[in-house]
Design a protein around this ligand. Structure first.
Ligand code: BV8
Ligand code: ZN
Length: 258
């Protein structure tokens, strides 16, 4: 049974009038697909600290350990299926004249749920990249080419560079085109939804304040409060797989003519 989100009349009017919507997602929207979050209980980083593994220094120091961590995450991501949250957001391009889906996730579950266009701020684990020449290849291929377990040296590109996951590590710049596009959209939107993110990693989390400064309606979908919860006009305190389909139905209802 789809839970109903009852939008207060004033909010419903603003949502009905919205023309430029932006949604920012984090690990929480993939949690119901069986993928761990980073900072929640049992999160990916409970046993590891981000500095240990998701940094260029960690990869330089212990390439095999970093590569094995990503190979394990790749296996679970490739086996995961999109959930109701991903499927609901795939309906949003039809709801607004202008819509941008921005994700911090690297699992490509939005694309697999049918979202036609996704801005991936932190890259994707479905691809590997040469750290020197920027060549790309499917991550699955790289894992298969992995080499012996004793081999600490990760596979090298024909140019001599090291193959690595095509993700953005801490201390690395985000892809310029991705973050510029996301910041421009957040700074000019009239509806911004933050779903399944602890809003602790920048510059991604900064998008929420940009939307607020633009005067957008801010909706947060998260069972926990975050540092940005007080900016939200509406907090939906629960799972994205429940609240996003309900919010989508509520928006479809208040935008359909008649
Ligand atoms: C940058 C890819 C410029 C890899 C990730 C020192 C040196 C350098 C930079 C910094 C520094 N100190 C601070 C910084 C900035 C740093 C940063 O923000 N650090 C934080 C920790 C303070 N940022 C950077 O380094 C960025 N680059 O700034 O470049 C620069 C360059 C050089 C020098 C200076 C500056 C790069 C950041 C990108 C890092 N890469 N991922 C990988 O995935 O392995 S970030 C990582 O965290 C994940 O990708 C994830 O996307 C991201 C955010 O996490 P969330 O998605 O929010 O997940 P989380 O678990 O935290 O939260 C889940 C939420 O879901 C929870 O709130 C939970 O309640 C909720 N939830 C749970 N279940 C559900 C749910 N919600 C809904 N439904 C459910 N069912
Ligand atoms: Zn190369």
């Amino acid at each position: 049974m789809t839970e109903i989100v009852a939008l207060a009349p004033r909010l419903a009017r603003r949502v009905a009038a919205a023309r430029r919507a932006v949604v920012l997602t984090g690990a929480g929207v993939s949690e119901e697909s069986g993928l761990g979050t980073f900072r929640g209980p049992g999160g990916l980083w409970e046993e590891f600290r981000p500095e240990e593994l998701a940094t260029p220094e960690a990869f330089a120091r212990r390439p095999r350990r970093v590569r094995d961590w990503y190979a394990a995450r790749h296996r679970t991501m490739a086996a995961a299926a999109p959930n109701a949250a991903h499927r609901a957001l795939a309906r949003w391009p039809a709801l607004f004249p202008s819509f941008l889906l921005v994700t911090q996730n690297i699992d490509q579950l939005h694309q697999r749920a049918g979202s036609p266009e996704v801005v991936e701020l932190h890259g994707t684990l479905m691809a590997a990249r040469c750290g020197s020449c920027g060549a790309r290849r499917p991550m699955a291929e790289l894992i298969l080419a992995g080499g012996t377990i004793e081999d600490e040296r990760p596979p090298r590109c024909s140019c001599g560079g090291l193959w690595r996951p095509d993700v953005v590590w801490f201390g690395e710049e985000l892809p310029g085109e991705a973050i510029d596009r996301a910041q421009r959209a957040a700074a000019s939107c009239d509806l911004f939804v933050s779903a399944g993110t602890s809003a602790t990693v920048f510059p991604a989390a900064g998008l929420i304040a940009l939307a607020r400064q633009a005067g957008a309606v801010i909706i947060e979908v998260n069972p926990e409060a975050t540092a940005f919860s007080d900016l939200a006009d509406l907090r939906l305190p629960g799972a994205a797989g429940t609240h996003l389909p309900a919010l989508t139905a509520a928006i479809e209802a208040c935008r359909s003519p008649g």
